[in-house]
Ligand binder design. Sequence first.
Ligand code: DP6
Length: 387
Amino acid sequence: MYTVTCIAPVNIAVLKYWGKKDEELILPVNDSISATLDTDHLFTKTTVMTSENFKEDRMWLNGQEENMENCRLQRCLTEIRKRAKHSKHLQWKIHICSENNFPTGAGLASSAAGYACLVLALAKLYEIKGELSSIARIGSGSACRSVIGGFVKWSMGSLPDGSDSIAKQIVPASHWPEMRVIILVLDDTRKKVPSSIGMRRSMETSDMLKLRINYVVSDRAKRIERAIIEKDFETFAICTMKDSNQLHAICMDTYPPLFYMNEESRAIVDLVHTYNETVKKVQVAYTFDAGPNAVLYLLEENVPEFLGVLLYAYPEIGKIEYCKGLPRDNILISQELNKAMNIKPHEISPPVRIKCMIHTKLGDGPKYIIQPENHLLNQKGLPINHV
Ligand code: DP6
């Protein structure tokens, strides 16, 4: 019997991936750039086990047994097995158990962390060496970026077999240690239109997406990459916000339109712009994926002041139980700033119901867990909490 457990991070794109030129191989229509978040706060944990006693391949996801017929999962397994053809125990069946420590399918990149984790765990189980982001990519496009820490670029590539559509690190997390991320979970239920379906619909119907691919993305990619290397927060933030806005404009231009952001998300956008205008500097950037939750990028030195603004604008944040991540004990509420911003707590319309706030930073990428007591499968190959 062999067992491997891996922990993989969530990544949040600052230059979005939206649209595929090949749906089977998951080849994107543009390069994308993301930050890998710290696994101390958000992660997927996966244990894979192989044994000659197992009768069939089985998988459990967040406590529920899942159907192994899922074609993306099968594609990953086939590729792994192809690369592991010399492994001695390749004929044995496998058991997989995976858990997220955050809501699944709520626009928090759970499939990215999930497939990255699965691929890395299996690669270690079968001792596969070499490039692994391309295997994670065929599970879920954005997963290829979760295989690596720091700021990461997924190059679309040009080869028809997708072998050059891989993720590479731009800089490690230590390059910009002051970077902080605040996630405001406004809705923790599964999204209505999954991103794969949404982006297919955009590819079929949105003229704006063609414009983005041909005229916008490559210049913006260069600017944002340079901003990251030079630690130029203002350029980084403006590019990030514009790219998020463009993604959601394309969603509106898709027919029928896709609504991922809601009124509450737009209230957060407003608040960020009002704050930046008031302090006369771009100090906070927002970005939204295929869901209403806001992800904010900001520097550590501005966290106390911006948390003060958030807490003043949305007093209920102080009461929510589900707050995770770095400490929030140095919140600075400035009456002067609140007055200048002209925010009126309780009067914000619509009322923003923040379910959870996560304060985190960049991380170094996935890691393996060696201690057997941390595996998710027991000696019989069943989930430890199995009844
Ligand atoms: C909006 O990677 O979930 O988060 O490749 O079909 O699995 P599939 O899509 P997925 O799309 C993520 C889209 C996004 C933007 C991004 O992460 O770049």
